[in-house]
Design a protein around this ligand. Structure first.
Ligand SMILES: Nc1ncnc2c1ncn2[C@@H]1O[C@H](COP(=O)(O)OP(=O)(O)OP(=O)(O)O)[C@@H](O)[C@H]1O
Ligand SMILES: [Mg+2]
Length: 391
């Protein structure tokens, strides 16, 4: 914890402020001590305060009024009460008026008070991080709009309208998964913050997922400008397929069906060679296959997902197998068609497998499907380790 955060204690009794001063002397944050409400407001105007701990009964401005003012004017400041008055009516009023994080009764336990203030500060930092992520997301969206516009103009000069439509819709489709995990992670953070959870492992996890999803969005967006065939060689790097699979599966842990109901068998060959690829594209391939498998098992009595990798000197193989509804023979011929879907309009666009096929083709790879109606489906993708581009 750095000393860039400030905690303020407000009390009209100098003796109490002195004990608090001794108590937090070695704590890893800056402290301010205000001798009453006016003093507190004056200091709050000058410095950003992350956590405010106030007494209730003070002569000039009562603690409840102070909290209400702070909530209006500095809503991000985490508010706590430290008071000798512990009747339930006052506590309830305090919670309703000032929306407080904790109510600590005097006399306090030194160790407990230190822990609670640190937790409040952690909460403040998480809120700050969430705000930061949201503003980055807005920036990404702006960047995306600009790049799509720029790219569309380029394509308009060289390509047919049909191709542009197909390209744009595939792009938007593939943004959906990282956007969804980002918004789920933010919702989850909201939930934890609203419930004043102090389970920081869960909060950290949510922040991590949000950060990774934002990173994925950025990558997909920046691939906009080099997405056509001639330029597909851009952004190639040695990609560790197993690591990507683990990352993609991690996102799905936010999905309750995936997390609680689906039995998962992840069999990753440890001797897999890295492939030369664009990791964002490989993630999009995996995302599409896994989300289709999850959809297919939604109402199946048996829910079993196998994700497997294997390989040899020339190629790697990814297999995604589910025990879902399967695909009937008539539909099997159409699954790679752009726009073919058997899902309701608000659920499927029918662009997932079309974009998977476009990407696998660009890698000179192959995709195979085996499916039994009512029993399940297996998709097998083989990708060459060294990529030679089809011309
Ligand atoms: N694992 C699977 N099990 C059963 N059916 C599948 C599976 N994967 C694909 N399909 C069938 O293929 C169709 C096309 O899949 P595709 O991923 O292209 O689109 P979608 O999943 O319907 O829509 P979107 O990908 O936009 O959510 C699906 O609607 C479904 O009928
Ligand atoms: Mg799909």
């Amino acid at each position: 914890m750095s000393k860039r955060y400030t905690v303020m204690f407000v009390d009209d009794e100098k003796e109490i402020l002195r004990s608090l001063q001794r108590l937090v002397r070695n704590e890893p944050y800056k402290v301010e001590f205000a001798n009453g409400g006016y003093d507190a407001l004056g200091r709050l105007k000058k410095n950003q305060v992350s956590v405010l701990v106030t007494d209730l009964h003070m002569p000039e401005i009562g603690g409840l009024d102070l909290l209400e003012m702070v909530k209006k004017r500095w809503p991000d400041t985490i508010r706590l009460i430290l008071s000798g008055n512990s009747d339930s009516g006052t506590i309830l009023e305090a919670i309703n008026k000032g929306d407080i994080y904790r109510y600590i009764t005097k006399p306090w336990d030194n160790r407990e008070l230190r822990v609670i203030v640190r937790q409040a500060l952690e909460l403040y930092k998480l809120q700050e991080e969430k705000k930061h992520l949201l503003s980055r997301l807005e920036q990404h969206n702006l960047q995306l709009e600009r790049q799509v516009e720029e790219r569309t103009q380029q394509l308009l000069r060289t390509r047919s309208q049909a191709e542009i439509g197909k390209y744009a819709s595939q792009l938007v489709h593939n943004l959906r998964n990282p956007l969804q995990s980002l918004s789920c992670a933010l919702d989850f953070m909201d939930y934890l913050i609203l419930n004043q959870s102090s389970d920081f492992n869960k909060l950290e996890k949510a922040v991590q997922i949000a950060r990774n999803s934002a990173q994925d969005l950025k990558r997909i967006i920046s691939s906009v400008l080099d997405r056509d065939r001639q330029n597909m060689q851009f952004n190639l790097e040695p990609v560790n397929l197993n690591q990507l699979i683990r990352q993609v599966l991690e996102y799905y842990r936010i999905n309750p069906l995936f997390n609680n109901e689906i039995q998962k068998d992840i069999k990753l060959s440890e001797s897999l060679a890295p492939i030369l690829a664009n990791s964002s594209q490989i993630k999009q391939i995996l995302d599409n296959l896994i989300s289709n498998a999850i959809d297919a098992m939604e109402t199946s009595p048996k829910k079993h997902l196998v994700v497997e990798t294997s390989g040899n000197r020339h190629s790697v193989v990814i297999r995604v197998k589910d025990s879902g509804c399967g695909i009937n023979e008539k539909n099997l011929e159409r699954i790679y068609e752009s726009g073919f879907t058997t899902k309701p309009a608000d659920k499927g666009t029918g662009l997932g497998l079309a974009s998977v096929k476009t990407m696998v083709d660009a890698y000179n790879g192959t995709i195979q499907v085996e499916s039994k109606n009512g029993k399940g489906t297996t998709f097998t993708i083989q990708l060459p380790i060294r990529r030679s581009m089809p011309v």
